[in-house]
Structures are given as C-alpha cells and as structure tokens.
Design a protein around this ligand. Sequence first.
Ligand code: ZN
Length: 147
Amino acid sequence: MELKELYRDVILDHNRSPRNFGRLHPADAQAAGHNPLCGDKLNLTLRLQGDQVIDLRFDGQGCAISTASASLMTEAVKGRSRDEIARLFEQVHTLLTAPTGEPSPQLGKLLALAGVAEFPARVKCASLCWHTLNAALQRAPAPVSTE
Ligand code: ZN
C-alpha cells in the first residue's frame, strides 16, 4: 500500500469513528475552538493530574480533517505532560506548514496529517484542535510545586 493511501485511510478511519469523542464531567479544563474559514467547531474537555493530561475528550462539528486531527491528537497527548504536548504541537505545526526533511518519528500516527501541507487552506482545520488544547491548558490552574 502506498504511504499516501495509508495516510488517507487513517484520516478516513478517525473521521468515521473518532476516538475520545464526547465530554468529560467534571473536567479540570475546557476550551472551545472555531475555525471560521471552514466552519469547524470543537469543544475540548481535559482531566489533569499535576502536570499531566490524564484524559481528554472532544466533540463538535467539523470537516473530516478537523475531526480526524482532533481524534489523532487525543490519542497522542493522553498521559503526556504540558512540556511534551508543547513539543509535539511544534512538530505537528512544522509538519503542517513547513515540512522539511524527515519528520520526527515521535509524531507516530500524527504523520497521517502530512498530506495537509499540500493544501494550505486546510492547515487551520488540522491545527484547530491543537490551538484549542493550548487554550484549555493555559486556562487550567498550574500545578502546585513543592520543589
Ligand atoms: Zn475544516
């Protein structure tokens, strides 16, 4: 199977059956995102433990790219710390906007979004969930450190 077909299959699969779809009650943090260029709308709820996102859910209405990207993101960031998430977002952003050379292997399944770089109008669809996650994390109370 061609790599491009594989990527397309991952996007189609995550759009058809999005992972971690829904809302957490209660949630430690939440944010809503909107991409007016396409009409994508996204709600994100998080559960945090210290510095880690231990669970997250999303719902909303969006195009296939935005839904698949949010679904892939929830799988990729669950259990990760804020710093790890920030680094991952940077890598995703590079993949979407300025792919050069070999993408980071840390991206894992998120590599399925590589094709989006060929369609600049769709970059915001794919990055909406990440911006929404950032907004939710910024609003969340910072973990108390006793160090
Ligand atoms: Zn979209």
